[in-house]
Design a protein around this ligand. Structure first.
Ligand code: AMP
Length: 550
């Protein structure tokens, strides 16, 4: 027997309709790519999203067509996403930090038909356009005057080029959204792919909508209509962690940083737009915190900051909480999970622990939100105990988690019971708090035992002279691999190898102590802000540990 409740398909453009209807005046503020601060609201965005849909429809685009965006977080990008999904298309976020060859591979693999791009990427688009035979139209996300200015500098050779404002100008804004199946594809994002080719994750309307509801919960992003939210995390990095959906869903103000993600620009918006909640990867906060410290910035409005994408070090959590009175929400997730998986908020009895003990939980990656099932297994797929000690392959399943990559790639990540192997190695404790110890390919295997590179890195950055730290395994004749600690010093700091090793003493097991410390000017990062360990391993390929001769 079926239930007698209404069929109301979970379609993401219903979010912008809800925001327009019930929170129409709520502002969306952008530091525009052209320069000035731009202000609009959900009512206007919903009308302009319909104009985008109408114009794409007129162009002959069909349901399921992939339409790419190569753009910063702006109000136009938001309109474009909702417009694409409302006409049945699939928004495909291209990450401008990738190499041109990777972008060409991805856009061709996706068979993108249109590319919306910010004028800051004109020369990049000009470079890749000749190798994208399927793209029929390039839309510069600006007006005609700025497009003309742009082509004087670069992009003059981009074929079939139109300004966004011209593109939507002939549309009425009364377009009727397409009637779609909630399981229809609506978004596409490729994994950063540190090994092999990037793989496409194809979201459905249903998965994005359920994910937005998961995000909005109090023990997750805890967003509400009184919030002013600044997603520093780009829409091209795992859907801006769901904020482009969860913020309008609850009627929160959105503050879009455009192309300026430096400490000064972010801090300015935090203050002028009275931001209450923000989100970014640790590397962004690394520079922002330095800026705040040097310029005596205070954050009177900011209430919480969501940090994920890489492990958030204890020292960063302490600085935000003790110095700025801002709560840190440490989160873990993946592009493949839409992306939210776990969240480090305090469960009831943890909240009653003394501050130092609470901190031990805050550095963990957190407990799963509803809709995420999680387990750890050994290499033979046997489930390991949830005792906070055993570590193994982290596997997940749920309604907003990938069940297969676009065009059938990467099948080895999925097992017959529907579990997805995250590629992360983790522990889960009896309270369901999960701790990532490593990516499986980064774990250091020393004498048959595993050493967590992430844990050593997190402790090392707590040293006052250390700006950033990375640990990699280096070949060792006796132990197979031993940890090498690579350090970037803070500007002007004087610190020696011995100082750092002394600092680590007693904080990690003796046999985890790095065999050496090397200082470098900077550490390479991936297009999504993670430490690029493959490059570091290449860089230190010829390096020999001082202990290797023993
Ligand atoms: P992406 O799909 O680019 O978001 O990358 C997902 C990967 O980033 C995960 O599989 C983890 O390896 C890593 N990651 C994300 N959040 C965290 C976190 N809070 N701590 C440690 N690693 C993280």
């Amino acid at each position: 027997m079926l239930g007698l409740m209404q069929d109301w398909p979970l379609l993401v453009h219903k979010i912008i309709d809800h925001a327009a209807q019930n929170h129409g005046d709520r502002e969306v503020v952008t530091r525009s790519v052209e320069g000035p601060i731009h202000r609009t609201n959900y009512r206007e965005i919903a009308v302009r999203a319909r104009k985008v849909a109408e114009a794409l429809d007129r162009l002959g685009l069909k349901e399921g067509d992939r339409i790419a965006t190569l753009a910063w977080n702006t109000w136009r990008h938001l309109e474009t996403w909702y417009g694409i999904t409302g006409m049945g298309g699939v928004y495909h976020t291209l990450n401008p930090r990738l190499f041109p060859d990777q972008l060409i591979y991805i856009a061709n693999h996706a068979e993108d038909k249109v590319i919306f791009f910010d004028i800051t990427f004109a020369s990049l688009v000009e470079q890749i356009a000749p190798k994208l035979p399927k793209v029929e139209l390039y839309i510069a996300m600006t007006d005609a005057a700025h497009l003309a200015e742009m082509t004087k500098k670069s992009g003059a050779n981009i074929p079939n080029l139109v300004a966004y404002e011209e593109f939507i100008a002939g549309s009425s804004g009364t377009y009727e959204w397409k009637q779609l199946d909630e399981k229809a594809a609506c978004g596409l994002c490729y994994t950063s792919g540190t090994t092999g080719n990037p793989k496409g994750v194809l979201y459905s309307h249903r998965s994005n909508m359920l994910h937005a509801m998961m995000c909005a919960q109090t023990d997750a992003q805890a967003v509400c209509s009184r919030d002013s939210i600044l997603p520093v995390v780009p829409m091209f990095h795992a859907n801006a962690w769901g904020l482009a959906f969860s913020a309008p869903m609850v009627g929160a103000k959105l503050v879009m940083p455009g192309p300026k993600l430096d400490g000064a620009s972010v801090c300015e918006l935090l203050t002028t737009e009275r931001v209450t909640m923000t989100a970014a990867v640790p590397t962004v906060w690394l520079t922002a915190l330095q800026y705040m410290d040097q310029n005596n910035i205070s954050l009177p409005h900011l209430n919480r900051v969501m940090i994920g994408g890489s492990a958030c070090p204890r020292s960063m959590i302490e600085t935000f909480e003790k110095k700025y009175n801002v709560q840190v929400i440490h989160a873990w997730g993946m592009t493949e999970m839409s992306p939210l998986g776990t969240i480090g908020t305090l469960k009831h009895h943890v909240a009653e622990l003394p501050h130092d003990k609470q901190m031990d939980y805050k550095v963990k990656q957190g407990h799963p939100v509803f809709g995420v099932e999680m387990k750890i297994t050994d290499d033979d797929n046997n489930e390991l105990p949830r005792d906070g000690k055993a570590f193994g392959r982290l596997k997940v399943r749920g309604p907003a988690i990938v069940k297969g990559y676009f065009r059938g790639e990467g099948t080895d990540a999925f097992d017959d019971d529907g579990w997805f192997d995250t590629g992360d190695v983790a522990t889960i404790d009896s309270e369901s708090y999960m701790t990532i110890t490593d990516r499986s390919k980064d774990v250091i295997k020393s004498g048959g035992e595993w050493i967590s590179s992430i844990e050593i890195e997190n402790i090392a950055v707590g040293h006052p002279a250390v700006a950033e730290a990375a640990v990699i395994g280096v070949r060792h004749p006796k132990w197979d691999e031993r940890p090498l600690l690579i350090v970037v010093k803070k500007p002007g700091a004087a610190v020696t190898r011995e100082d750092i090793l002394e600092y680590l003493k007693g904080k990690i097991a003796k046999w985890w102590m790095p065999d050496d410390v090397q200082f470098v000017a900077d550490i390479p990062h991936t297009a999504t802000g993670k430490i690029q360990k493959t490059t570091l391993r290449e860089q230190f390929h010829a390096y020999r540990l001082p202990t290797a001769a023993e």
